[in-house]
Design a protein around this ligand. Structure first.
Ligand code: PHE
Length: 451
């Protein structure tokens, strides 16, 4: 099939892991994970989160990579090809819509990280109390023009890398980033843990208080696992379609999941001891990281350089994620509607400038326009993680567990008999029964059916 052989492929083994991990590691790990953990009981959240990663995240990531590589097509085309029907292609369309909604608020937060690079360079955190930092963040994020400026810059950077092509752009950016990010997070952990009263924070984050486990905590942890691992909306399907035939998909999924989880835990370890040491409220939501880490930097030898490096790395980590999100849209429109990639990237970027501007404005002058009591920003954040991505995961589990032949899945995982496929029955059991039933129960429970 000519269309297939002409598709771009990722290169080296490390390149594949780096690109997929680049998608997974981003604001989800460093911005969202700590504030979700802070709002949902700390250790209890961490425990449920890890369970969700193992029981939902890992098998769904394997499935998405299988679907993508088997079909060698965009998210919608992949479902159509493997199922032979158009109904399943709708799941792909759902993924594309989800990608737009996520990007709507993700670009805004990515823009904030650029502002913080600028502030770090201007030494704006020095000698500020957490209270002043919090006020400064609120002033900035509710401002009308400044966040829009950074968001637009970020959207242009993403478009630029996408225009440079999948392999060159994504692989190269991700490869350099990851080790650096881990290194600086470890430095931050060391400083944070050694702050006075830091062990209170460690206790909060690592010692689960089982009484805090509620349906809301479970749904939040589930949504966070999907969000952080880039699952349930076709991102790993799209990336899977660029993976070469000789790659061990199970190993790739294991590596990506481990790196992603490690970075989330490092972020939590860097943040909570400082939160408790400085008397910051751990449950204050999206501003948590932007208030806490600048305080840590201002208490740290070499803090000036570290702050610049950190926010720069955060921006790059966000960039490798926005690239993967917009690639879902790009591959879909260019393959399904036969548009040139260049045209798709330009048009979708323009749409996204409008969407993220609305999200950003919804925190300031537009805050009185709400949907179900939520600002547009919160609405996009909430519906994607807590509804659309788990729904996508549910549909993928039904597809792999009940529609697609298990033999074909095994064949793809084993590279056509070249690799042993370990624990296949456990994987199929999870996909067939556990994942769909558990997601269904969590949804029903949230709707109040059981209360
Ligand atoms: N996983 C990314 C992060 O943690 C966000 C993302 C979600 C990327 C969905 C791609 C698809 O920041």
């Amino acid at each position: 099939m000519t269309e297939h052989s002409s598709r771009i492929k990722f290169g080296s083994k490390f390149g594949i892991v780096a690109a997929a991990a680049g998608s997974a590691v981003g604001l989800g790990n460093i911005w969202k994970f700590p504030y979700e953990a802070g709002q949902n009981g700390g250790g209890a959240f961490l425990l449920i989160y890890i369970l969700c990663v193992l029981l939902f995240g890992l098998p769904i990531m394997v499935s998405e990579l299988v679907i993508g590589r088997r079909a060698h097509a965009n998210v919608s085309g992949a479902f159509r090809q493997l199922s032979g029907t158009n109904h399943w292609a709708m799941v792909g369309l759902l993924g594309v819509i989800t990608a737009f909604l996520i990007l709507g608020f993700y670009f805004v937060v990515a823009g904030w990280s650029l502002e913080y690079v600028y502030q770090a360079v201007a030494n704006a955190f020095e000698r500020k109390t957490p209270m002043q930092l919090s006020q400064a963040f609120s002033d900035f994020s509710t401002d009308t023009f400044r966040p829009l400026f950074w968001t637009t810059i970020f959207i242009c950077c993403t478009a630029f890398v996408l225009l440079a092509g999948v392999k060159k752009g994504i692989e190269r950016t991700s490869k350099i980033l990851m080790p650096f990010l881990i290194f600086i997070l470890i430095l931050l952990c060391v400083r944070s843990v050694t702050m006075p009263n830091g062990n209170e924070g460690l206790k909060f984050f690592f010692a689960p208080d089982f009484s805090k486990i509620t349906p809301t905590v479970i749904l939040s942890a589930l949504g966070q696992a999907f969000f952080s691992l880039s699952l349930g909306m076709g991102c790993m399907i799209t990336y899977g379609s660029y993976i070469r035939k000789d790659n061990n998909l199970t190993k790739t999924a294991l590596h990506v999941t481990s790196v992603d989880t490690l970075i989330a835990i490092l972020a939590g370890t860097a943040i909570f001891p400082a939160v408790f040491s400085l008397g910051i409220n751990p449950a204050q939501g999206p501003k948590l990281v932007f208030v806490t880490l600048p305080s840590v930097f201002s208490h740290m030898p070499g803090g000036y350089i570290c702050a610049i490096l950190f926010f720069l790395l955060l921006a790059i980590a966000a960039l490798t994620s926005t690239i993967s999100l917009q690639e879902v849209i790009t591959a879909y429109v260019s393959e399904e509607f036969h548009w040139q990639r260049k045209k798709v990237i330009v048009v979708s970027s323009l749409v996204l400038i409008v969407l993220s501007s609305l999200c950003s404005l919804s925190l300031g002058i537009g805050s009185h326009y709400t949907i179900g009591g939520k600002t547009l920003f919160d609405f996009f954040d909430f519906t994607t993680s807590k509804f659309l991505m788990p729904l996508g995961g549910f549909l993928i589990s039904i597809f792999i567990g009940w529609f697609y032949k298990a033999d074909e899945v095994k064949d793809e995982l084993g590279n056509h008999g070249k690799l042993p496929v370990k624990l296949f029955s456990v994987y199929i059991f999870l996909m067939r029964f556990f994942v769909p039933l558990a997601i269904l129960l969590i949804f029903l429970n949230e709707l109040g059916t059981f209360s």
